[in-house]
Design a protein around this ligand. Structure first.
Ligand SMILES: Nc1ncnc2c1ncn2[C@@H]1O[C@H](COP(=O)(O)OP(=O)(O)OP(=O)(O)O)[C@@H](O)[C@H]1O
Ligand SMILES: [Mg+2]
Length: 247
C-alpha cells in the first residue's frame, strides 16, 4: 500500500511550551488509525499541527503527504491536497449557510465550480444519510446547533469534500447511541482503499463500527505505545497508568 501521511520527529510548541516531543507516524492509503490517550496529552495538538494550524508551531521535524514535504504549506493548500480536520469543538459561523459554506469549500478545494442544483441534491442526500432534516442546509454553519448536530455537520463536510485523509477529533463524543451508529456508518461508507482515517477517541463504542488497524497511545506529548486493535481492549481494562510509567 502506498504511503499517504508521514510525520517525522515532530516537535510542536505553543508559545514557549513544547507540547509534542518527537512524534513519528505513518499512515498508508486505506488504513484506519486511532489515537488514544489521557486528556491534555497532545492528541488534538497533533492533528492541528498536521493540518497546519499556525497556532501550533512546528519547531523540528517534517510532515509528508503523498511523499511531498508539506511542512511549510498553509492550511488551505493542505486542504487542497486532500487533508481534512474535523474539530473537537466545531466553531459556528453566523451569516454563512451550511450550503454556501460547503459548496464554496468544495469549489475551492476541487477548483471546479459546483453547479447549484446537482450540489443541492448531493447535500440533501448526504443530510439524509446523517438523519438530519434538509432544512439544516439553510441554517448558518453550526449556529445554534446542538453538540451532536455540530459533530454530524463536520461529518457532512467530510462526506462532501471527500478528502484523502480524514482526521476526526473525538467525532463521537457527545453523540447519543443512535447518533454514534449513524456517524459510524457515514464514516464507514466514506472509507475506501484510497483514503485513510486518523481518529481520536476516548470511547470504544465507535470502534465497534470502525475497526482500526493501528492504535497509537499518546501521553505527555510522546507516543508511548503502538499496536493493533487489541490495544483498545487493553486500555479499556487497565487504563493508561501502565503506559504513563514508560514516559
Ligand atoms: N492554543 C493553546 N494555548 C495554550 N496551551 C494549549 C493550546 N492548545 C493546547 N494547549 C495545551 O496543550 C496540551 C495538550 O492539549 P490537546 O488539546 O492537544 O490535548 P488532548 O490530548 O487533545 O486532550 P483531550 O483528550 O482533553 O482533548 C494541554 O495541556 C493544553 O492545555
Ligand atoms: Mg483533544
Amino acid at each position: 500500500m502506498s504511503e499517504l501521511l508521514r510525520v517525522e520527529n515532530l516537535h510542536v510548541s505553543v508559545g514557549e511550551k513544547e507540547l509534542l516531543h518527537g512524534i513519528n507516524l505513518t499512515v498508508h492509503k486505506g488504513e484506519v488509525h486511532v489515537i488514544m490517550g489521557v486528556n491534555g496529552a497532545g492528541k488534538s495538538t497533533l492533528l492541528h499541527a498536521i493540518m497546519g494550524n499556525p497556532t501550533y508551531e512546528v519547531t523540528e521535524g517534517k510532515i509528508y503527504f503523498e511523499g511531498e514535504d508539506i511542512s511549510e504549506l498553509s492550511v488551505d493548500k493542505r486542504a487542497k491536497l486532500g487533508m481534512f480536520l474535523s474539530f473537537q469543538n466545531p466553531i459556528s459561523v453566523a451569516g454563512i449557510t451550511m450550503e454556501n459554506f460547503i459548496r464554496t469549500a468544495k469549489t475551492t478545494i476541487t477548483g471546479k465550480q459546483q453547479r447549484l442544483f446537482p450540489f443541492k441534491r448531493l447535500l440533501k442526500s448526504r443530510l439524509e444519510d446523517l438523519v438530519m432534516d434538509p432544512s439544516y442546509s439553510e441554517r448558518y454553519l453550526n449556529h445554534g446547533f446542538s453538540g451532536g448536530e455540530r459533530k454530524k455537520s463536520e461529518i457532512l463536510q467530510m462526506r462532501i469534500l471527500e478528502p484523502k485523509l480524514a482526521m476526526l477529533d473525538e467525532t463521537d463524543s457527545g453523540l447519543d447511541v443512535d447518533a454514534v451508529r449513524v456517524v459510524s456508518k457515514n464514516i464507514s461508507d466514506f472509507h475506501n482503499e484510497n483514503n485513510s482515517i486518523l481518529l481520536i477517541t476516548h470511547l470504544n463504542q465507535i470502534l465497534k463500527f470502525i475497526k482500526p488497524e493501528f492504535v497509537h497511545v499518546l501521553i505527555d506529548g510522546y507516543i508511548v505505545k503502538e499496536g493493533g486493535p487489541e490495544l483498545v481492549d487493553e486500555i479499556e481494562t487497565n487504563g493508561f497508568d501502565a503506559y504513563r510509567k514508560e514516559v
